[in-house]
Design a protein around this ligand. Structure first.
Ligand SMILES: O=C(O)CCC(=O)C(=O)O
Ligand SMILES: [Fe+2]
Length: 310
């Protein structure tokens, strides 16, 4: 059964921050998914982002493979990844491109890869500009999340050392085409995101679904409708850990419905050295911390190992 979901809408520019924080808290507890509007990223820039993304994915495979993923930066081809390692499919039916921190925050070996100026002259500037803008929106959102957890507004900014954050932008292309081959095919198989929060924009083509009760079988999948100009935001596993499972990291997937689809996800994650440990307001004697403290970089490395086998 698939139903459309009515997720809460968070207005990032609302002057009434305490009421926005309380709506946000409820959204994170009930759904782990919500929309963000008035986020400050201009539609014109998002439009250019999609244009450039389409241009890249339209290049011949040979050209794209020259930028094959290294240190999680660059291109991953169709079926090159399986977000649900237990699914019977041969891999997810999507291609993607990862762009990491714009500054070289770790080492000179971890550098972004860029298509050549000759083939895509405005590509890099557009990506860098979107990365910076969505990052600012993400930081404003994190300050509201901190408020929603009775913390100082700058909690995540400070503890996550966000000036040197490991945030990644990921361009996604789901090719569409025939869907009744009898094979088990997903655009993105069932998964939850690994990090703090993910901000997502899509071209509006149907595909994204969430399962609100992952412990209840059979899983019930609900469509997440597109709202023009809004980000779809979801809580990741690291935030779930931080909040002792008060906030949920919800299972989601992308189904192929025959139509080509583009989306862009921004995974806002802390610096690798940030230690993620239960937030005080999320535990007490009757609800002790469920997870030991963990270094963010170690946690992410293990999750990537399970997804990519490396
Ligand atoms: O493309 C989408 O709508 C979602 C992508 C996603 O869930 C992911 O990349 O983690
Ligand atoms: Fe995801």
């Amino acid at each position: 059964m698939e139903e459309a979901l009515k997720l809460p809408i968070i207005d990032l520019s609302s002057p009434d921050r305490s009421s926005t924080a309380s709506t946000l808290r409820q959204a994170c507890i009930e759904y782990g998914f919500f929309y963000v509007v008035n986020h400050g990223v201009e539609e014109e820039l998002t439009g250019r982002l999609f244009e450039e993304s389409k241009k890249f994915f339209s290049l011949p495979l040979e050209e794209k493979m020259k930028l094959f993923r290294k240190e999680h930066r660059g291109y991953t081809a169709l079926f090159g990844e399986k977000l649900d390692p237990y699914s019977a499919s041969k891999g997810d039916c999507k291609e993607s491109y990862y762009i990491g921190p714009l500054e070289d925050i770790y080492s000179p070996t971890k550098l972004n890869q860029w298509p050549s100026q000759e083939s895509l002259p405005s590509w890099r500037a557009t990506m860098e500009s979107f990365y910076s803008k969505v990052f600012s929106a993400g930081k404003r959102l994190l300050s509201l999340i901190a408020l929603a957890l009775d913390l100082n507004e700058d909690f995540f900014e400070k503890v996550g050392n966000l000036d040197r954050s490991a945030a990644f932008l990921r361009l996604l292309h789901y090719p569409g085409g025939s869907v009744d081959s009898g094979e088990e095919i997903y655009g993105a198989s069932a998964h939850s995101d690994y990090g703090m929060v993910t901000l997502l924009v899509s071209d509006g083509v149907r595909g994204l679904q969430v399962c609100r009760e992952k412990s209840k079988q059979p899983w019930v999948w609900e469509d997440v409708p597109h709202i023009n100009g809004a980000f779809i935001v979801n809580i990741g596993d690291m935030m779930e850990r931080w909040t002792n499972c008060l906030f949920r990291s919800t299972l989601h997937r992308v189904m192929p419905f025959g139509k080509e689809r583009y989306s862009v996800a921004f995974f806002l994650d802390p610096n690798e050295d940030c230690v993620v440990e239960c937030i005080e307001s999320c535990c007490n004697e009757s609800s002790p911390p469920r997870f030991p403290p963990i270094r963010s970089g170690d946690y992410m490395k293990e999750r990537f190992r399970l997804t990519y086998g490396s």
